[in-house]
Write a protein that binds this ligand. Structure first.
Ligand code: MLT
Length: 254
């Protein structure tokens, strides 16, 4: 019989890839990267044209963004399936990643997103905002998104978070934002994809989301076999920033 040996071994941790929304950066996931170290291997990326990742000369599509995510996983040596967590535009990328690389997906976390494509009015709105960004820079996107990204209570009670979100948005380049707007305008309808999703799926939405109503999350959860829906009170379009503890708890349980 050998002597008892003391040791620390964090063991295997499932990789979880965090994909930010428009016009944000990986900085929006700082609370998840720090908070989930003990239960997972959190990886957050800046999509092309956001934060520290340069924009592509010829723009990008949502499919390109999904492929960029898989390329990063390859680069990081993540060959086993990962949990893919996308918020809003990041959710559109997560749907594309599932369609294009299902073998890389261990589970999906779809936050503050929708399955449907843009309406005609929505597509026109993308072009209007892209023209404004081309003329005035990223500030035009900041002005458009600032009043609706957070819950009404967050604007009243957490001015430091409002300022932080503005700062994150300003780290996106004009070229990146313009490419995103074209990519979102042209993205396919993911509604038919929902029934094909066989991996474990968690849908998280803020009850006070002013960009996408909770009904969008309910549609996703109803369409994906065995999806679980979590609606967070006192959270808007960025529930991971507005309610980080409850968001992380839902993710840890998942
Ligand atoms: C986002 O937060 O990523 C965007 O609001 C998504 C969208 O405009 O469709």
């Amino acid at each position: 019989m050998s002597d008892p040996i003391a040791f620390d071994d964090p063991g295997y941790r499932r990789p979880i890839l965090f994909i930010h929304g428009f016009p944000l950066t990986r900085a929006m996931w700082a609370g998840q990267v720090a908070g989930l170290q003990g239960v997972a291997r959190p990886i957050a990326l800046d999509l092309p044209g956001h934060g520290s990742s340069p924009a592509r000369a010829d723009g990008h599509t949502i499919d390109d963004l999904a492929d960029a995510c898989v390329h990063l996983l390859d680069q990081r040596g993540v060959t086993e399936p990962a949990v893919i967590c996308g918020l809003s535009m990041g959710g559109y990328v997560a749907f594309a990643l599932w369609r294009r690389h299902p073998q890389r997906v261990a589970g999906l976390v779809l936050c503050a997103t929708r399955a449907g494509a843009d309406t005609a009015a929505g597509r026109a709105g993308r072009d209007t905002l892209a023209a404004a960004v081309a003329e005035r820079g990223i500030e035009a996107a900041v002005e458009a998104m600032r009043p609706k990204l957070l819950a009404p209570a967050t604007y009243q009670e957490r001015p430091e978070l409002v300022a932080r979100v503005e700062q994150i948005m300003r780290a996106t380049s004009s070229a990146g934002a313009i490419a995103d707007l074209a990519a979102m305008r042209d993205r396919p309808d993911s509604t038919p994809t929902l029934a094909t999703i066989t991996c474990p799926t968690l849908v998280i939405h803020g009850r006070d989301d002013q960009v996408m109503p909770v009904a969008e999350a309910e549609t996703i959860a109803a369409g994906v076999p065995h999806a679980r829906l979590v609606v967070l009170d006192r959270a808007g379009h960025l529930p991971n920033l507005e309610q980080p503890e409850r968001f992380n708890a839902a993710l840890s349980l998942f």
